[in-house]
Design a protein around this ligand. Structure first.
Ligand SMILES: Nc1ncnc2c1ncn2[C@@H]1O[C@H](COP(=O)(O)OP(=O)(O)O)[C@@H](O)[C@H]1O
Ligand SMILES: [Mg+2]
Length: 368
């Protein structure tokens, strides 16, 4: 079994603490993605799991084992990095076999494992080539093959697609997803790209400045972001935020005056709200629509730019009295730049955040 548990893990470099007490439970066979902006501590966390860096305090378990003091080779893990780090003078075959040879595996066993990994990754016709004769995507597959041949309990990936162009990124992403369906190993995968996280993960861990902001399935995070950070990070184009002040409070709901002077009623929970208090309403671009009859908030402004992508049109709107926002309308919109526009949304799509940026209501799930 290869579940992973991090319990109050702190990490400091010198006097600077970069991870501030991280708790994560990863189940056996789960595909978990750590996502967050550059510098938030993703790679550091992965290196701690790999045993490449010691943790400063807290506990870490892989399977039944307490691994704080266990060396990397004894942890049953294999790591794939952003830079493929292949040996340029060795063939694909030798690159994949190298680690096993160093580990004193028998020749027949090495051959079997390399051929098997090459089959899975469609590298068989390329085994005799050198890395310089491969495309970026093929090189990354060799790097993954080098991890597969070791038959690890746990795969660790650190931004493995970052050096690939857009088309190859999508293709290799699919290959990694298929690989996991086939091998069913535990995977911990680091990326700053929320689309990769949404498409690959069973479970996403959102990191920000060395803290875990939220852990959940991709759709949990999309539908029920716990705070403004997660709300703004997950989803593309990102969620729009509208600031407002509470003008009155009733049972389970509050009237909010938005920056443009319009009032709207939103469901709220929590005892710490008072008239005059600040709330932020979050509405995803894809939940804004030109019809405004649904009883939800209405937002409006001046259309600066319209981007028509065929299946969808993005409207960039300079709001009346508030920050600019984006509306994503299905199909080819005939809205023209330079016009004034009003957009509405169904109340079930409104996220409400308190003064501290924490979600107090998501109307799809009032019990949040
Ligand atoms: N070896 C190190 N020594 C000092 N600081 C480091 C070291 N490694 C990482 N850091 C710092 O830790 C923070 C997190 O870095 P990192 O884990 O690489 O972030 P990410 O992978 O999310 O971009 C950054 O502020 C970085 O400068
Ligand atoms: Mg990193």
């Amino acid at each position: 079994m290869s579940e992973i548990k991090l319990d109050k893990v702190h990490k400091s470099f010198g006097s600077v603490e970069v991870l501030h007490g991280v708790n994560i439970d990863i189940k056996d066979g789960e595909f978990v993605v750590f996502v967050g902006p550059s510098g938030c501590g993703k790679s550091t966390l992965l290196r701690l799991i790999a045993g490449l860096e010691p943790i400063t305090s807290g506990d870490m378990y892989i399977g039944e084992k307490w691994v704080n003091d266990l060396s990397p080779v004894d942890r049953g893990i294999a790591m794939v990095f952003q830079s493929y780090a292949l040996y340029p003078h060795m063939t694909v075959y030798k690159n994949m076999a190298f680690g096993l040879k160093m580990g004193n595996q028998g020749k027949a066993e090495i051959e079997k494992r390399v051929r098997n990994a090459a089959e899975i990754l469609q590298l068989t016709p390329l085994l005799a080539r050198k890395p310089s004769q491969l495309s970026g995507g093929q090189r990354q597959r060799v790097a993954i093959g080098r991890a597969i041949v070791r038959d690890p309990e746990v795969f660790l990936f650190d931004e493995p697609l970052s050096n690939l162009d857009a088309a190859l990124r999508v293709q290799t992403r699919l290959e990694i997803a298929k690989l996991h369906q086939e091998l069913k190993n535990t995977v911990v995968y680091v990326t700053h790209d929320q689309v990769e996280a949404m498409t690959l993960a069973d479970k996403i861990v959102v990191l920000h400045d060395g803290n875990v902001e939220q852990i959940g399935s991709p759709l949990d995070l999309y539908n029920h972001p716990a705070n403004l950070f997660v709300a703004g990070f997950i989803g593309s184009p990102k969620m729009n935020f509208f600031e407002g002040r509470i003008t009155s409070i009733g049972k389970g709901q509050a009237a909010v005056k938005l920056a443009d002077g319009k009032e709207t009623v939103v469901p709220v929970e929590g005892a710490h709200l008072g008239v005059g208090g600040k709330l932020t309403l979050g509405i995803r671009p894809e939940h804004l629509e030109l019809e405004v009859s649904s009883g939800g908030p209405v937002v409006g402004g001046h259309v600066d730019v319209v981007e028509r992508l065929g299946d969808v049109s993005y409207l960039y709107v300079r709001a009346n009295g508030d920050a600019p926002f984006i509306a994503s309308l299905p199909g080819t919109s005939d809205v023209q730049p330079g016009t004034e526009i009003s957009l509405g949304t169904d109340p079930i799509h409104v996220h409400v955040f308190n003064e501290n940026g924490n979600a107090i209501t998501n109307a799809r799930n009032p019990a949040l």
